[in-house]
Design a protein around this ligand. Structure first.
Ligand code: UDX
Length: 452
């Protein structure tokens, strides 16, 4: 089959490469000639494990191409995926749909044969129906153009696996236009359906809502365990042991129950805010007020981390050297959008600390977006002369640090584990004072009470 994919960010580029991997002929479309040139040359403009291999294999096989030309895309296929970004509006909770609208407004006037536009981006409920009307209004093929919604659930760092072996496929169609889109998508996804990936057919608003509800649930799960970790901190309980015990209950499950610095990135924070904003517009704002709490528990983690670091260096960070290990919002990604790690580094710097940040993959993005922070080129360089070492993103290379070795470069052996990813015993037996978000030892708790 043939299809196009509009938008070649981490969602669109992955979808385009993976659809080609399934054997289809795919044309990726982006307004940014720089991205198109890189992708055409087999280079992925962001860090996503495994994607470059899939990209190159399919470019070489001639199944995948990239272009900036909308007329070329309209002529190429009758199935058009929409994978552009829907960021948070500046200064508001709602989603900024300008990129989605721009694609439809530019593509639809070129559609002179029956066509299906398949939305993959995360959008406020009601967007698909509105885009359908708009596309039919603008397209020469008019009523022969359909908009359906097939939300994407992929995680950064696992984007290829999540696209080629998703937990489920959800396709929302307009019930007044049954048939065509459904047939095309079942054919496109046939290899996945044959591999027993559940294919769920819904109406448009349900499909749009599945995505935001999934992200709201995941965010709630993380904030739940982080809220419990605040109680753990107050009592000397260990949130990690608690999460392990909770997770054995199959109804709860252990995944997404890691307490620490909380969620960031380009999806969960903005998606729960856009969900609240949309519910408000629909008169259902009361239903989602709990998400406001989910958001504030999450943002509080970052201040708690700063407080813990402050305690760790004796009550004031002014003039101290603090190493921040991690800048990406999570491991296996170079994405620093709404990164808790950089937020913490920035706050510490504001309080007068000399901060040195190191991340295995996100240095370029960090430097570009937060040019005022100091960056090191390795863990050891970041930690030289440090009064405290903070682990803010749980990269494997930080988990396996040898605390005895690192102990020889720091000024004080003080480590703050913001992701509950380090082996406390290894660090303490190498002479480190070990502090962790949500896992305070009774000794530390008592010390705080004495301090207070
Ligand atoms: C998320 C959703 O998982 C995905 O389905 C959706 O399509 C896009 O948004 P992603 O943003 O890639 O994916 O990251 P995810 O793995 O969900 O992690 C989000 C944030 O939560 C990260 O900052 C991570 O560090 C944090 N997190 C995750 C926790 O703090 N604790 C956990 O237990 C899990």
């Amino acid at each position: 089959m043939r299809c196009t994919v509009f938008g070649t960010g981490y969602l669109g580029a992955t979808h385009a490469a993976c659809m080609a991997e399934l054997g289809h002929d795919v044309l990726g479309v982006d307004i940014d000639p720089g991205k198109v040139a890189k992708l055409s040359g087999g280079e992925v403009p962001f860090y996503e494990p495994g994607l470059a291999d899939v990209l190159r294999r399919n470019l070489d096989a001639g199944r995948l191409r990239f272009t900036t030309s909308y007329p070329e895309a309209a002529a190429f296929a009758d199935l058009h995926f929409l994978g552009v970004g829907t960021p948070q509006k500046k200064g508001e909770y709602g989603a900024d749909l300008r990129h989605v609208h721009a694609v439809v407004d530019t593509l639809a006037p070129l559609l002179d044969r029956p066509a299906v536009i398949v939305g993959k981006s995360t959008v406020p409920v009601g967007t698909a129906a509105e885009l359908g009307c708009r596309a039919r209004e603008l397209a020469p093929a008019a009523d022969e153009v359909e908009v359906v919604w097939n939300p994407e659930f992929l995680r950064e760092g696992f984007a290829v696996a999540d696209t080629l072996r998703p937990d489920r496929l959800v396709v929302g169609v307009d019930p007044s236009r049954p048939g065509r889109a459904e047939t095309l998508l079942r054919e496109l996804y046939a290899p996945l359906i044959e591999a027993e990936v559940p294919y769920l057919s819904t109406d448009l608003p349900t499909a749009e809502l599945v995505k935001v509800s999934a992200n709201a649930f995941l965010a709630t799960k993380i904030s739940f365990i982080n809220a419990i970790s605040e109680v753990c901190e107050a009592t000397g309980a260990d949130v990690t042991a608690l999460a392990d015990a909770l997770g054995h209950d199959a109804r709860i499950g252990r995944r997404f129950l890691n307490a620490g610095l909380g969620f960031g990135g380009g999806c969960l924070p903005k998606d729960i805010r856009a969900f609240m904003a949309r519910a408000g517009e629909l008169g259902a704002d009361q239903a989602l007020t709990f998400l406001r709490e989910v958001d504030s528990i999450n943002m509080r983690r970052r201040t708690k981390m700063v407080q813990l670091a402050t305690r760790a260096v004796g009550g004031s960070v002014l003039g101290t050297n603090i190493a921040v290990l991690g800048a990406a919002f999570k491991p296996e990604s170079d994405d620093v959008r709404d990164s808790p790690a950089l937020n913490v580094a920035g706050m510490l710097q504001l309080h007068g600390a000399v901060v040195s940040v190191y991340d295995p993959k996100a240095m370029d993005n960090s430097r570009r977006q937060f040019p005022t922070l100091n960056y090191a080129t390795s863990t050891v360089e970041a930690c030289e002369g440090a009064d405290a070492v903070l682990v803010a993103t749980e990269w494997e290379e930080f988990r396996i640090i040898d605390p005895a070795d690192l102990g020889s470069v720091v000024r004080s052996r003080v480590v703050v584990d913001g992701r509950n990813c380090l082996d406390r015993r290894r660090w303490t037996s190498a002479g480190w004072r070990f502090l962790a978000l949500g896992r305070e030892t009774m000794a530390n708790v008592q010390q705080y009470r004495l301090d207070a």
